[in-house]
Write a protein that binds this ligand. Structure first.
Ligand SMILES: Cc1cc2nc3c(=O)[nH]c(=O)nc-3n(C[C@H](O)[C@H](O)[C@H](O)COP(=O)(O)O)c2cc1C
Length: 175
């Protein structure tokens, strides 16, 4: 060992993995909501429903570590301003409210919400993987905001027809 990939090349390669954009929201020690933009959201397991987010040491990280709870809010295609706002760049004058719902703070306009309790935390360099069991979730129809090659995008690409795609053994994801 010893050699690691050079950071700029690593970032460029990682940017080829298309993702959605989420706002991870939680509660601080005074009971006030706060949140940050994150695209490191991943589903881990369906039974029990488990997800993870990778958060850099900062305000939201500290609040999740302290409270043991977070929500993941999947942004709508028209909410690029919220992506920037919760990434700490031009702060919107009227900050969109994170509202209390069933014991968690969530972003009401999100196209999906996952309310999570931290079941395991793994520290890696200046990040922590917060593995969360999903207490409740909801979703609605709507085009997602997406991120690819370091650019925000509206929506997803064209669907590949089932006749064109290779037959896939049913394992619960596609069937
Ligand atoms: C598209 C996008 C995705 C991001 N994803 C993450 C992420 O997964 N984890 C992370 O720690 N920061 C991520 N960030 C950066 C944080 O949103 C930013 O550092 C934020 O200000 C941290 O908030 P905090 O000060 O409350 O900790 C992302 C930023 C953008 C624009």
């Amino acid at each position: 060992m010893g050699h690691v990939a050079e950071p700029a090349g690593f970032r460029a390669a990682a940017s080829r993995f298309a993702t959605g954009i989420t706002v991870v929201a939680t509660v601080d020690e005074d009971g006030a909501p706060l949140g940050m933009t994150a695209n490191s959201f991943t589903t881990v397991s369906a039974d029990p429903p488990t997800v993870l987010v990778s958060l850099m040491h900062g305000r939201t990280w500290q609040a999740v570590a302290r409270s043991g709870v977070y929500s993941v809010n999947v942004l709508h295609a028209e909410d690029a301003a919220l992506c920037a706002h919760f990434a700490g760049r031009p702060l919107l004058r009227d900050a969109p409210p994170l509202v209390p719902r069933q014991g968690f703070f969530v972003l009401p306009q999100a196209i999906a919400q996952f309310a999570c309790e931290v079941v395991q935390s793994i520290d890696i360099a200046d990040h922590t993987l917060f593995i969360g069991e999903v207490r409740w979730c909801r979703h609605n129809e709507g085009t997602p905001l997406t991120f690819y090659a370091s650019r925000l995008r509206r929506g997803v690409g064209m669907e590949i027809s089932s006749t064109e795609s290779v037959a896939y053994p049913g394992d619960g994801w596609w069937t």
